[in-house]
Design a binder for this molecule. Structure first.
Ligand code: ZN
Length: 229
């Protein structure tokens, strides 16, 4: 396939990868081919709630692309540079939000650099509703409530399905009045904005995740890495 990724790197076979992984931690998600940068592979790794964007490809181009992806993650996910290590990213709330990071990394690597999350309202995929969210402080910290413009006979079932999607892909929790909140109970407006279009399309996302998992196994499994989780 001619792709330049860590599998072509002879250091792998000499056992020099393990010390790096010890430093940067566990692979949360791996993009096998970055079409915007010479088909390098880009991984997001986590250790002690700190995230590292990493490629095993050497060179200036790869290094500046990694920097660009970090900036995209900061912009799209409201991550911050760690105060103790400027190469690492953290969520200010202190949590890892692992399930969200997979989606975030994909957007940061696979979308053009000017990509922004869709603004509310976004069109539902299985009704004519235009979806949005309002957020405010509530008993469970910062809470998000789904909103819809327009009318649809299946509005209740669509809200239930979208709520399920938010719980599944964002690990959000639901309060008794139906509002949603992140496990850290803090405000993550951009993450919610990212999740809503994903949550309205559970079936499509499942297919994509399956394809991703297959690719992950092909690229990491053959050399005895554990597949990204
Ligand atoms: Zn958080």
């Amino acid at each position: 396939m001619g792709q330049k990724n860590q599998l072509d790197d002879p250091r792998l076979l000499k056992g020099k990868v393990l010390p790096i992984l010890e430093k940067i931690g566990k692979c949360i998600h791996l993009i096998s081919i970055d079409k915007f940068c010479e088909d390098i592979s880009v991984g997001l790794y986590e250790k002690n709630e700190m995230m590292t964007v990493w490629t095993f490809t050497k060179g200036e181009k790869a290094a500046s692309r990694i920097q660009q992806i970090k900036e995209r993650l900061i912009d799209l996910g409201e991550l911050s540079t760690s105060t103790t290590d400027k190469n690492k990213l953290v969520f200010e709330c202190g949590e890892k939000h692992t399930s969200l990071l997979k989606f975030l990394l994909r957007l940061a690597v696979e979308k053009p650099v000017e990509y922004k999350h869709p603004e509310y309202p976004v069109k539902d995929l299985r009704s004519n509703l235009m979806l949005g969210a309002i957020s405010q402080k509530g008993p469970n910290g910062w809470e998000y409530k789904l909103t819809a413009q327009g009318e649809a006979a299946n509005q209740n079932s669509r809200f239930r399905a979208i709520t399920k999607g938010l719980i599944r892909y964002g690990s959000l929790e639901q309060s008794s009045d139906g509002s949603m909140y992140f496990s850290c109970k803090t405000r993550h407006d951009k993450l919610f904005q990212m999740l809503l279009p994903i949550a309205r399309n559970v079936r499509g996302v499942e297919d994509e995740l399956e394809a991703d998992a297959m690719r992950g196994q092909m690229t990491t499994g053959t050399l005895g890495f554990s597949p990204p989780v």
